[in-house]
Design a protein around this ligand. Structure first.
Ligand code: SAM
Length: 277
């Protein structure tokens, strides 16, 4: 007989050998998923024998995790700012550091928000869910991402206030917004080989890199910002931790004012807030 605790220990050893970062946590979370219980309840079933169905599901999940399929893809969801978002290989996994952008956006009132590169919808849906009276537009070049964002808008009941559109940045966007947010692809092409297998092999390339120096999206977004922001409106972009000086330069060249660099919880430069004159 194999108990849940033994199965978990064996799975963790297998994941460790495969180079997975936190094998014990993943073995636990995936056992909960296989057993269809909350992760916090795994301790309760630890002494029990695993049923053949659960053992088989667990074996499959561990085999996939061992080839570095991200846990979020195996669960089909990821938590962001206290809500669960449906995710898949078609969209970037919502990252905890993007919550810094959410905090910056919520720090001041807004009525109408544009999210450039909406992906899973985690930013747009969170902002609309946190502020009842707001409406928003999310755009993405990826049709699959647009579908995923729409599904997440429905899941969090903001679909009546959220419009999702396939667009190359501002190309299909009309009107002005008092808040524009974006977490664009900001990894330089030559940094891509340094990413973990989970990211490089399982997340969409167009969500990660602009195929150049990592600053291309900021150039395009800043060039269109003043014609799409209401007077005094805010632009908030996420950045890579080494990009603050270069992105500030791009934004101020484009006429944006009162630039402020905001660090994430690890103290790394993460977000820039700028204003239309
Ligand atoms: C870093 S991901 C961010 C996704 C999501 N907003 C988040 O914060 O998790 C960047 C997103 O920009 C989208 N994107 C890339 N190039 C684009 C373009 N030219 N026009 C619109 N969206 C684009 C990608 O498809 C991807 O969904």
């Amino acid at each position: 007989m194999t108990t849940a605790a033994q199965a978990m220990a064996q799975a963790a050893a297998r994941l460790r050998a495969a180079g997975v970062d936190d094998p014990a946590r993943d073995a636990r979370v995936l056992l909960a998923h296989a057993a269809r219980i909350e992760a916090a309840r795994v301790t309760l079933i630890a002494p029990e024998e695993l049923s053949p169905e659960i053992a088989e599901r667990y074996e499959q999940l561990i085999a996939l995790r061992a080839v570095r399929v991200p846990v979020s893809h195996l669960l089909g969801e990821r938590e962001f700012y206290g809500r669960r978002f449906k995710v898949s290989g078609d969209v970037l996994d919502p990252r905890p550091e993007t919550e810094t952008l959410i905090e910056a956006a919520l720090a001041q009132p807004f009525e109408r928000v544009l999210d450039l590169g909406v992906g899973s919808g985690c930013i747009l849906v969170t902002l609309l869910a946190e502020r009842d009276a707001t409406t928003g537009l999310g755009v993405d070049l990826s049709e699959a991402a647009c579908l995923q964002a729409s599904a997440n808008a429905v899941m969090h009941r903001v679909q009546a206030r959220a419009q999702i559109l396939q667009s190359d940045w501002f190309a299909q966007v009309n009107g002005r917004f008092d808040l524009i947010v974006s977490n664009p692809p900001y990894i330089a092409l030559d940094e891509m080989p340094g990413l973990s297998d989970e990211v490089r092999r399982h997340e969409p390339e167009m969500a990660l890199t602009d195929g150049g120096d990592g600053l291309g999206a900021y150039r395009t977004i800043s060039a269109g910002a003043l014609t799409h922001l209401a007077p005094g409106g805010r632009l908030i972009v996420e950045i890579g931790p080494t990009q603050a000086a270069q992105v500030c330069e791009i934004l101020s060249q484009a006429g944006l004012k009162r630039l402020q660099v905001v660090p994430d919880l690890d103290g790394r430069d993460r977000v820039i807030v700028a204003y239309s004159p």
